[in-house]
Design a protein. Structure first.
Length: 231
């Protein structure tokens, strides 16, 4: 799924580089088979990308699958006019279901992947996906769990668009970001929220100010602090 400002690397150059077993076990403890861990270390390549870099664009063939160790990656869909709709985030211990699907079907990517927080990950060549599913039960369970989790998230996103008012969608979106990032403070602009929810900045700003008056959050410059509401 990798794309950056660097030259794309071919699969036969994906070799393990200084990624320790302890780090793999820390972030992917459910990949328990020693032979699988050895295969990941032997064939994967440790990589890092900075915030703002693109890992993948629509229309590209995917060369590798990321096993995320650190950071956060935004997976989104673009419309015909360049508008962006957020699908989900990737964080430590996860991989990208959309990329897996494209790899197995040998299709071009239909989504964009952008690094939100400096990301550190293992790039696994796509040619190993199918053999590992047959060979390793923990890898097969991990892939199925990834599909299930993302499918549920996409259903929730559909429900939000279909059934929630925009202010409720904004609050849910911010709560999702808090859950993924683990912090009450979100570094994000009104324009970014508008793009991710396919709305206008003016409408989003107006609703955020109303939420601030109602005590749900505090606004700063490109910064939102969510309140801890009592049950």
């Amino acid at each position: 799924m990798l794309h950056s400002h660097r030259k794309a690397f071919p699969p036969d150059e994906l070799t393990f580089d200084a990624m320790g077993l302890d780090e793999l076990q820390q972030h992917f403890p459910f990949l328990q088979e020693p032979a699988l861990q050895e295969a990941i270390l032997a064939n994967g390549r440790e990589m890092s990308l900075k915030a703002g870099e693109e890992m993948m664009k629509p229309g590209q063939y995917i060369k590798a699958i990321p096993l995320v160790l650190e950071g956060r990656i935004r997976i989104s869909r673009l419309d015909g006019e360049g508008g962006e709709v957020l699908l989900y985030f990737l964080s430590a211990g996860q991989t990208c279901a959309m990329s897996l699907s494209c790899c197995m079907a040998d299709q071009k990517s239909a989504v964009m992947a952008t690094v939100e927080e400096d990301a550190h990950f293992i790039a696994v060549p796509v040619g190993l996906m199918d053999p590992w599913i047959s060979q390793f039960s923990s890898w097969r369970a991990f892939i199925m769990q990834t599909y299930g989790q993302r499918f549920n998230e996409l259903l929730q996103a559909f429900d939000a668009v279909a059934f929630l008012k925009l202010d409720e969608r904004i609050l849910k979106h911010l709560e999702d970001r808090r859950r993924v990032g683990g912090s009450d403070v979100l570094i994000i602009s009104h324009q970014e929220i508008a793009q991710e929810l396919h709305s206008s900045r003016e409408v989003v700003s107006r609703l955020l100010k109303r939420m601030e008056r109602d005590g749900f959050l505090k606004l700063g410059r490109n910064r939102i602090e969510l309140s801890r509401m009592e049950a």
